[in-house]
Design a protein around this ligand. Sequence first.
Ligand code: HEM
Length: 161
Amino acid sequence: MLSYVLYALVIVIPAIFLAYRLYRPFTPSIPAEDSKKPAKSIMQPPRDDLLPPKDDPFTTEQLKVFDGNDPSKPLYVAIKGDIFDVTHKADSYGKGKSYNIFAGKDGSRGLGKSSLKPEDAVADYSTLDESERKVLDDWYSFFCKRYNIVGRIIDGPNIDP
Ligand code: HEM
């Protein structure tokens, strides 16, 4: 009888303990400093050197000149009538680049619909539903934090904000 008790003490209990240590559920410990860091974004960070917004008047026709076809000119993208200078992001908005469809125009509707179709890159966003309007407003504030406003379109559609 005593030998059974000794066997349990010397072999079985340490074996159970070791098995538990090896196979316990894995819970990674996050260093305190890392857990405070915001998630890294693929988007460019907001800027803190933006100039006060300008309201220089532009017609839709005048804005077309800033669509990237002439690399010596700045690149402009308009959202809800406000014109942003995106020249430093020529790798996104320049000629032949992914988001060139929005350059030299107001493509609010396309931004709200998350669409890169040329027919959607128009200023009239009045038909967007509530969630699309929220997407558009999020893009508007994204741009406000990253690009200087250089002017405003004077002949765009008149839409209730
Ligand atoms: C497969 C789909 C897509 C992928 C993988 C993608 C990827 C990206 C990436 C990596 C960026 C950040 C890099 C950069 O600024 O160039 C970005 C930015 C952006 N994306 Fe997309 N995108 C996609 C679809 C779209 C669509 C459908 C739209 C239409 C509204 C869109 C509009 C934008 C805009 C406006 C920016 C901001 C560029 C800036 O000013 O920094 N993307 N996208």
